[in-house]
Write a protein that binds this ligand. Structure first.
Ligand SMILES: [Zn+2]
Length: 256
C-alpha cells in the first residue's frame, strides 16, 4: 500500500479555530490549502471544522475541478469528479462539494490558503436586503490592511458548480481591477470566504470581517456608514503590504 501523506498541521489548526460556534456550527464551512504540484488539501464532506482530524482532510487534483467549472456540469458529475480527483484513494472520505470555490481561489497568484465560514454577524448582512450597500467600501484603516482595498461580493448561487463558477468569475474580475487577489469574499444568503497566504492570514481575515460586520451593522443603525475616501484607502493599502500585514500578521503561526 502507498504511504499516506499527512495534511499540514496548520490546516487542522485553522479548521479548529474557524470551528468557533460564532463562525460555523455542525458541518458548516470548510478549509483548504495548496499542496505540491497541481493539488490542494480540503476538508472532507460532512466533517466538522471544530473537531476536524487529519483523516478528514482530502488531497485532490485541482485541474479536473476547474475543468468541471468550464463545463458547467451537474451535481452527479461533481460527485464523480471529486471522487476521481482524489489523490490518496485509501482515504474513505470525499472532498466537500464546495471544493469548486476553493479550487477557483487557490488558482490565483497570492492565494494559498482558504477558509469558508458562516459567521452569524456576517450573515446578518449577507441575508439582509442591504447586502451590497452595507458591505461596500472601507470604513476603518484595519479593514484596508487585513481585508484588502475592497471586498468581493457574490450574488446567491447554489453550492457546488454554480457557486464555483460565480466565485471564479468574480475573483478574476477583481484581480483585473485591483491587481491583487480578493481577500474578503461575501456570499449573498450564504456566508464568507477568506483567501490568504497562510493559515494565520485566513484566520485574521475572518476575525476582522466579523468585527467589521458588527461595526457596520451598528453604524447602519446609528444613521449610516461613513466611508473612507478612495485616496485614504489607496494610501493605507500601499503602507499595509510592506509594513504591517506581512511582518506582523501573516508569518506568525496560528497558535501564537
Ligand atoms: Zn457554505
Amino acid at each position: 500500500m502507498k504511504k499516506q501523506v499527512a495534511p499540514p498541521s496548520d490546516l487542522v489548526e485553522l479548521s479548529r479555530a474557524l470551528g468557533d460556534p460564532d463562525l460555523a456550527i455542525l458541518s458548516e464551512g470548510n478549509v483548504s490549502c495548496r499542496a505540491d504540484g497541481d493539488a490542494c488539501w480540503i476538508k472532507a464532506s460532512g466533517a466538522s471544522l471544530a473537531t476536524l482530524s487529519e483523516t478528514e482532510v482530502v488531497r485532490v487534483r485541482s485541474e479536473p475541478i476547474m475543468r468541471l467549472l468550464d463545463a458547467a456540469s451537474n451535481d452527479e458529475n461533481i460527485a464523480e469528479c471529486l471522487h476521481n480527483a482524489k489523490i490518496d484513494d485509501a482515504r474513505p472520505t470525499r472532498a466537500s462539494i464546495e471544493a469548486t470555490m476553493h479550487a477557483a481561489l487557490l488558482e490565483l497568484d497570492g492565494v494559498s490558503w482558504v477558509g469558508h465560514t458562516h459567521p452569524a454577524a456576517i450573515n446578518a448582512i449577507t441575508c439582509s436586503l442591504r447586502f451590497g450597500e452595507l458591505l461596500a467600501g472601507r470604513i476603518f484603516p484595519e479593514e484596508v490592511v487585513v481585508l484588502g482595498p475592497a471586498s468581493l461580493l457574490i450574488e446567491y448561487a447554489d453550492p457546488g458548480v454554480p457557486l464555483g463558477i460565480a466565485v471564479r468569475d468574480g475573483a478574476r474580475e477583481y484581480v483585473k481591477r485591483y491587481r491583487q487577489p480578493p481577500r474578503a469574499i461575501y456570499l449573498k444568503n450564504h456566508g464568507f470566504i477568506a483567501a490568504g497566504s497562510s493559515a494565520r492570514d485566513v484566520l485574521n481575515i475572518t476575525l476582522m470581517a466579523v468585527k467589521s460586520a458588527k461595526v457596520r451593522t451598528a453604524a447602519a443603525m446609528l444613521g449610516g456608514l461613513s466611508f473612507m475616501s478612495d485616496e485614504d484607502v489607496r494610501r493605507m493599502g500601499a503602507r499595509a503590504d510592506v509594513e504591517y500585514r506581512k511582518k506582523i500578521m501573516v508569518e506568525r503561526e496560528i497558535s501564537k
